[in-house]
Design a protein around this ligand. Sequence first.
Ligand SMILES: *Cc1c(COP(=O)(O)O)cnc(C)c1O
Length: 378
Amino acid sequence: MNTVAVSPVLPVYARQDLTFVRGEGATLVDADGRAYVDFLAGIAVVGLGHCHPAPLAAAQAQLERLWHVSNLYWSEPMIALAERLSDRFGGARAFFCNSGAEAVEAGLKYARKATGKPGVVSLTGSFHGRTLGALSVTGQSGKREAFEPLLPHVSFAAPNDADSLAPAITAETGCILLEPVQGEGGVHELDAGFVAETRRLADENGAVLLFDEVQTGVGRTGTFFAWERLGVRPDAVTLAKGLANGLPIGCLLVGDEAPEGFAPGDHASTFGGNPVACAAANAVCDELTDDLLAGVTATGLALTAGLRELPRVREVRGAGLLLGAELGRPASEVVAQCAGRGLLVGTAGESVLRLTPPLVVTAAEVDQALGTLEEVLA
Ligand SMILES: *Cc1c(COP(=O)(O)O)cnc(C)c1O
């Protein structure tokens, strides 16, 4: 292990003392040559597994052809990705950036421009990123407090409490923002009735309905977008984590029926739409067939059932392969013990164990992970 006593890195992360040097599928190997089963996948990023041949080949071919052109011009991978995502959404236009927070920032600016109204209604417990705008709409005061004052005109309703929505909406509300499954906030799934009510209220109040699918998108919950499961189509959606299987990318998609917003000069990102990242993302989209997505649902159900059998697991929540196990005690201890036994898992809040394995994780790997968890939790 590479213990760096005085690290030249700013201390914003509570890192585990592990250094990984390579990966394949759901396996990661550390600097000492020790193998781990990866049930975190870079926090729902490496959906096809580490070094998957399809995005690898696409990115490699693109690296040898062209790395970067300014957004003053077009690139083929960027256009191709916009077309694929539009098809998946059922008609949309894309803005590309490099991360989830940036995609949320683009969504907030789009909603303001499209409605002329600055207000945002978000949900308590939500997570939308760490930049100042995204942090302003993140419903976790512990993450916000040290950085206040943040954006004004933000109010928070309670997830799955439809009665809390209307009081949060004012004449200034231009955006209703939600994650179909709250990820960082503890893996809490929104119910379809609540989400349908956000659609109704957004329409009634001339607000944009924006879904943050940075974590839930790109097949993570068993459909390409999580909104497909809920049967509620938003005006706009953000994607990032799983989109390029680990290369940096973010995206705001605005549906073709949504109000006009952006005009030239309104927004930009130097690296947005990077040809290599977009080439990898095109390969990811092509791999996410109906069969693969059905596998995500089936494996998610099997993993959920297995987690429910484990000692000391109070509740299992989530959808597809975005799962949280409520432990009722600090989950970080369990995470460290699992790592010691060759299993990588994460946390979502204090007491929730988060499992976001690659979408292609095998039944044998699921059994292995459940076996390790059983030992640790017993
Ligand atoms: C991870 C996440 C973000 C932030 O993404 P970054 O790439 O870390 O900026 C935003 N929204 C949701 C729902 C996320 O899970």
